[in-house]
Design a protein around this ligand. Structure first.
Ligand SMILES: C[S@@+](CC[C@H](N)C(=O)[O-])C[C@H]1O[C@@H](n2cnc3c(N)ncnc32)[C@H](O)[C@@H]1O
Length: 249
């Protein structure tokens, strides 16, 4: 396993830090994941915040799309690594695909065939307009059962919005949609915890398991870690996993 980490300290922020002094500072949705442990969770009901994610993105779909398309695409390096492992014509399942730009569009430009899944009808409408030749599905990834397997699966900047138990359950869903050889990528936080960011005045829930637990889950389902970076400075501080399925697990 190639393990690259930068010299940045583990990023722990208090809720107050994330919200800014006035509580109204808009936070770039692509900013790095920050975790915060339960004992200091302050006044937030984390379980309630996790349940609000689906509604949050539908409410803010247009604004989020605007920001994503007008921000520097600082995570592209990982999308290049993912697409670089897939042959032209390969099928990709994009979980939490968002508005289709820049991520799905980039994959299509590399000759990949994309099935995008997002819980937000508005996000999927953007995808249908922009990339009408691909497959777009409004669905919650936590209940996904397409009965098909893909050459690549990514859950980019979306998996980390699921709570701990939903993240654990996602590995069976990844496996159900993967064959031997499938490349899987997703990003998490650097350590076990929960965090609250903010977008357009609304709190934004994130969670992460510990790296050792992700490794155990991947091993259980036959995924081998190809590359892993913690707080990758080249990718906006993201913690990233790039894996491949070696066995049906
Ligand atoms: C931060 S955006 C990332 C979009 C895209 N992957 C990208 O990197 O540009 C998170 C996306 O995940 C979607 N999402 C969040 N929870 C989801 C769930 N449980 N099932 C499906 N999509 C979900 C949201 O609707 C949103 O479009």
């Amino acid at each position: 396993m190639e393990l690259s980490s930068n010299s940045h300290p583990s990023r722990i922020a208090s809720v107050a830090d994330l919200k800014g002094p006035g509580g109204a500072r808009p936070i770039d949705p692509m900013r790095k994941f920050k975790t915060r442990h339960r004992p200091n969770q302050g006044s937030y009901d984390m379980s309630d915040l996790a349940k609000r994610i689906v509604g949050h993105y539908e409410k803010h779909a247009a604004a989020w799309d605007h920001d994503r398309r007008n921000s520097h695409w600082n995570d592209k390096v990982w999308h290049d690594r993912f697409t670089g492992r897939l042959a032209k014509g390969a099928t990709v399942l994009d979980l939490g695909c968002g508005p289709g730009q820049p991520v799905a569009q980039h994959m299509v430009e590399h000759g990949l065939r994309v099935t995008g899944v997002d819980s937000s009808p508005m996000m999927i409408a953007f995808c249908c307009d922009r990339l009408p030749d691909q497959e777009w599905i409004v669905a919650d990834m936590r209940q996904l059962a397409l009965g098909r397997r893909f050459d690549g699966i990514l859950s980019w900047d979306s998996f980390f919005h699921l709570d701990h138990d939903d993240q654990r359950r996602m590995f069976a869903i990844f496996a159900d949609h993967a064959c031997v050889g499938t490349v899987l990528t997703f990003n998490t936080g650097p350590q076990h915890g929960e965090g609250v960011g903010e977008f357009r005045g609304d709190p934004l829930y994130h969670a992460s398991l510990a790296p050792a637990e992700y490794q155990a889950l991947m091993a259980r389902f036959g995924f081998r870690v190809l590359q892993h970076a913690i707080n990758d400075a080249e990718a906006g501080g993201r913690t990233v996993w790039l894996c491949q399925r070696d066995a049906l697990g």
